[in-house]
Design a binder for this molecule. Structure first.
Ligand code: UFG
Length: 325
């Protein structure tokens, strides 16, 4: 049982991780500036509205609440936006993270789980992707996460700042037991857009059908957000037990094409998905699939909800309670 600060705990993955931390008996405080998160995703008693750049307020919070470890989600995540305003991504994701790390060092809190991304690999040399593959992000979003991982490596080496970076693949689904799910605005992710198409009748666009994949559409490793959230619980507990710093991919190890996700949505909803075929989206690699064996071996984590139908079904339950009409 530990006292854990979750930054960005009003966001999609942060809010669901907060829920699983509590299920595991931990006591959680959430710090979020609510610029992109949702107040209603956090119990009011544990929410502190703070920006990452407010170093002194973070230091005071960490001390007053006697926080033992931090899970750091607060970041901007839109790849397209990061190519339009890169400075926003470096300011919020890199300088904001550094401010948090400075606050943690001032308060003597030296355990952190960091929300990183498969975007670190850019267009990978080979698939499935292991952690030792070339780091070569192709957009400012991915670069902002890589830069933060680098800072963490140096803090580990010279400040005994123990940290785990989790490189996520495609998080999706929802946690029905907690009433929490994906509510980005604007939404750019495939599955919520497919479900919106079912709800509104406005077609989702399939970005390219001429990729070198079996059905011509891109392949991604779709991981249930609750499996991803549990990986954070394993990681923070590992650090609290004195575990060393490391970097892990978090995915299922299985890829699905855009067409397969659409087929799964049709099976789950019992409705046709209105769709149009569009050109390729800039910067989309044909296939991104995780090799998560390192995480499975080191921390004993397993994805328990890996079937696509399970993921889509939970996302659909959530979407029906938050309709877009
Ligand atoms: N896609 C469509 N139509 C859409 C949206 C997406 O066909 O309207 C396709 C994309 O081309 C891609 C797949 O669906 O092949 C998944 O796209 P998402 O936008 O849902 O996710 P990405 O794989 O592009 O990005 C995700 C995360 C990023 C992270 C990246 C890491 O959202 O934050 O994985 O590889 F950087």
């Amino acid at each position: 049982m530990a006292k854990i600060l979750v930054t960005g705990g009003a966001g999609y993955i942060g809010s669901i991780t907060r829920y699983f931390l509590e299920q595991h008996g931990h006591s959680v405080i959430v710090a979020d500036n609510l610029s992109r998160g949702h107040r209603e995703a956090v119990p009011e008693k544990i929410l502190r509205v703070i920006d990452l750049h407010e170093t002194d307020r973070l230091t005071t919070l960490l001390k007053e609440e006697q926080v033992e470890a931090v899970i750091h989600f607060a970041a901007y995540i839109a790849v397209g936006e990061s190519t339009q305003v890169p400075e926003l991504y470096f300011s919020n994701n890199v300088s904001g993270s550094l401010s948090l790390f400075e606050a943690m060092l001032s308060a003597g809190v030296k355990r952190l789980v960091f929300s990183s991304t498969a975007a670190a690999y850019g267009i990978p040399d080979k698939v499935p992707i292991t952690e030792d593959q070339t780091i070569a992000p192709i957009n400012p979003y991915g670069e902002s996460k890589v830069m933060t991982e680098k800072i963490l490596e140096w803090l580990d080496r010279y400040r005994e700042f123990r940290n785990i970076s989790l490189r996520y693949f495609n998080a999706c689904g929802a946690e029905p037991a907690a009433g929490l799910g994906e509510l980005h605005e604007p939404e750019t992710h495939l599955l919520p857009l497919i479900l919106r198409a079912v709800q509104t009748g406005k077609p989702v666009t399939v970005f390219g059908t001429d990729y070198p994949t079996p059905d011509g559409t891109c392949i991604r490793d779709y991981i249930h957000v609750s499996d991803l959230a549990e990986a954070h619980v394993y990681a923070v507990e590992h650090l609290l037990k004195g575990g060393k710093s490391d970097v892990f991919n978090v995915g299922t190890g299985h890829g699905h094409s855009v067409k397969e996700v659409i087929a799964a949505a049709e099976a789950v909803t019992g409705k046709k998905v209105p769709q149009t075929i569009g050109p390729r989206r800039e910067g989309d690699p044909p296939s991104l699939v995780a090799d998560s064996n390192k995480l499975q071996r080191a921390l004993g984590w397993r994805p328990k909800r890996a079937e696509l139908e399970h993921i889509v079904s939970d996302a659909w339950q959530f979407a029906q309670k938050h309709p877009h009409c």
